[in-house]
Design a protein around this ligand. Sequence first.
Ligand code: ADP
Ligand code: ASP
Ligand code: MG
Length: 406
Amino acid sequence: MALIVQKYGGSSVGNLERIANVARRVARTYDEGNKVVVVVSAMAGETDRLIDTAKAIRDTPNEREMDVLVSTGEQVSMALLAITLDSMGYRAKSYCGWQIPIVTTDAYCAARIEDVRREKIAADLDEGRIVIVAGFQGIDCHGNITTLGRGGSDTSAVAVAAALKADRCEIYTDVDGIYTTDPNITNKARKLKKVAFEEMLEMASVGAKVLYIRAVELGMTQGVPIMVLSSFSDTEGTLVTQEDENMEKELVTAVTCSTKEAKITLSGVPDRPGVASRIFVPLAEANIVVDMIIQNASADGIADISFTIPSADLSKALKILEDAKDFLEVKEITGANDIAKVSIIGAGMRSHAGVAAKMFTTLADERINIEMISTSEIKISCVIKKKYAELAVRALHENFDLDMKT
Ligand code: ADP
Ligand code: ASP
Ligand code: MG
């Protein structure tokens, strides 16, 4: 008997027919003699709908209440799955994050899981029940409902699997594994059999939303291998696990693209000690994750600073900076949403020269201008205009020999 945690994403529970499909898969796993814990996302589109509803009231809704609101999406799908399993003759019980409890930090909309109490789940499993847990949500130490950030149900699943010392953590989604690039961008993408945590971490950090970055981080630190599979077929998925000798160390393993970033430029910033800290401390306090930062050479003691943030945080960040404009002594603040970040990732990059040059040449050949560049040991990212994102991905995928051979 194995203990298996299965997570089903929004598209997998998008309507009653799909919930019935999930119920059949869960039942099959249970009938094979396993203990099963299911983590569910909200039905496809529901989280967006809830966010839009609140934003129709005001652009920057109160974050505590946003978490109360958006956490309802998962509560609906977990109950519908439990009702479906019950109608099929299985004993299932669903729990919201606060009922388990899944204890998190108090950072609304971006909380981090601190603890998953295993007692209730373990007791139900021992009594032969299928346990369903709402993904994406938890409770902070003051008793407030929190959520983990968009895509956070993956993290819930890995955290539950770690707490229960599960044998497997399976993430079911609308693609049948992790590909060399988003298979919705090019049909030449190839499915990978195994991906190292480190590579997946970089891929997730730059737009491969197939797995949420914190889920990968948790899997890596807690030693939980993660299998990504389709809920619509029975084909073999992709295993995300520790790097081993047998893994192909491709120069470039994957190309990713993120169109959910925005760029803020501060013009006329005084070039003296302490200025960068004044700008970035309030953004950090508001839990805004700043990614790439560039400062141009100063002329007459005045410089420009540009940086990228998640586009969902653009209005919030602009408001914080505008409010502090005089204190910061900044001349002008502008925000741009029409950017994308394309990246190439590969463990083999560590030991090869010329990878960046090849990336820049590929983009140049397509006449795509690079606005910002950042690198890590196994990743290179370029910010470009959003309208060129897919073209850039296809060109890089082809030039780094990732296209499926026909
Ligand atoms: P879920 O709702 O199940 O959590 P997501 O939409 O969050 O699903 O993630 C699945 C999507 O991730 C796929 O439909 C695909 O478009 C996208 N994706 C991006 N990069 C990749 C990649 N390298 N391999 C597979 N899917 C990817
Ligand atoms: N429902 C949440 C979202 O859409 C969490 C998730 O699906 O993982 O972001
Ligand atoms: Mg997801």
